[in-house]
Design a protein around this ligand. Structure first.
Ligand code: PMV
Length: 325
């Protein structure tokens, strides 16, 4: 199979391919998802990672240029380098030899802030390279490869990031089970406020692990309640009850504070959104910095957005959930 694929790719090379992946945001369930509880996450199409593969000079090998990171890598780059690993895993998966190509990456997704930047960049590289070689991958294949790269970034990733950015749909996710796409009854707005404080997910996942090891029964009870909130949040979205969803977000935030993954900056943004009429607000992703989210009545969304900027948010993104299907 591998040999056939290489021959086919060489006999019909495409000169240029491009693939994009959206960012993602977790609505509820982060951290608990690592311990087997469900989480909900949605794509954020207002930010994207794009990879373009172009034929290069014979003998150049595969070169990756990450424009935002001002980084240039070869395929032979150390195994700990995620971008090179994404390309290498794709070639291994296809049984293809290293092609002479230049892969250029552009991303508007802020890194290390809970928006799934690493997974989106990996997905864009994997899809564009596989398509260039003449073998476009399914969502499921791409997601499995991105998951392998995510292990470098996250240590013990749950798999939620790769699932959401590869399927580009709202997802109900339980570790080790096939992801379930879910459909909001009505589309609704979400405001994402960035504290501007970078916080690698790996660090907060490790901190929660340490807490869990020192007090497993307390942490397990928190994880269980977060799991129950996630189930209720899915029902609220499917039934179009955004007010109820807000109540659930607020309780989820209290539990994340008990886990020790909130911060003063997150708290300030959350408070300002609630003061401005949000139905609910919480941190999103690993915490410790990064992003928070707020939902509220449509006629308050712009005011919430402005209040977050006034409260010190480095960036605010408004996104419509449900518009992608
Ligand atoms: O910070 P993010 O958006 O990459 O999300 C991390 C979510 C965690 O549950 C904390 C970790 C994981 O791998 O699911």
């Amino acid at each position: 199979m591998g040999v056939f694929r290489i021959r086919s790719a060489l006999s019909n090379p495409m000169m240029e391919t491009t693939a994009s992946s959206p960012g993602k945001i977790i609505l509820v369930g982060e951290h608990a998802v690592v311990y087997g509880q469900p989480a909900l996450a949605v794509p954020v199409n207002e930010v994207t990672a794009t990879a373009t593969v172009r034929s290069s000079t014979v003998g150049s090998g595969l070169i990756i240029q990450a424009i935002n990171l001002e980084q240039e890598l070869t395929l032979a780059q150390s195994a700990s380098e995620g971008l090179a690993r994404a390309a290498r895993l794709t070639l291994e998966h296809l049984g293809a030899a290293e092609p002479d190509v230049l892969i250029t990456i552009n991303s508007t997704i802020p890194p290390a802030s809970g928006l799934g930047s690493g997974a989106a960049v990996s997905a864009a590289i994997i899809r564009s390279l596989a398509t260039y070689l003449g073998f476009p991958l399914t969502n499921s294949e791409t997601s499995a490869l991105v998951f392998e790269v995510e292990k470098l970034y996250h240590g013990t990733p749950s798999g939620i990031d790769n699932t959401v950015v590869c399927y580009n749909r709202p997802v109900y996710f339980v570790r080790g089970s096939p992801p379930e796409i879910f459909h909001p009854k009505h589309s609704f707005s979400i405001v994402i406020g960035d504290t501007g404080v970078p916080s690698p997910t790996r660090d907060t996942v490790k901190a929660v692990r340490t807490k869990w090891e020192s007090n497993p029964s307390k942490c397990d009870a928190i994880f269980s309640e977060i799991g129950a909130i996630t189930q209720l949040a899915r029902s609220a979205i499917v039934n179009g009850d955004i007010l109820e969803l807000g109540v659930l977000l607020n309780r989820n935030q209290e539990l994340l504070e008990l886990l020790g993954v909130s911060s003063q900056e997150l708290h300030n943004l959350i408070t300002s959104a609630l003061d401005m009429g949000a139905f609910g607000a919480k941190l999103s992703g690993g915490g410790g910095g990064g992003n928070m989210i707020a939902i509220g009545p449509e006629d308050r969304i712009e005011a919430i957005r402005r209040s977050l900027l006034q409260a010190g948010a480095a960036r605010v993104i408004s996104s419509i959930i449900g518009s992608q299907g």
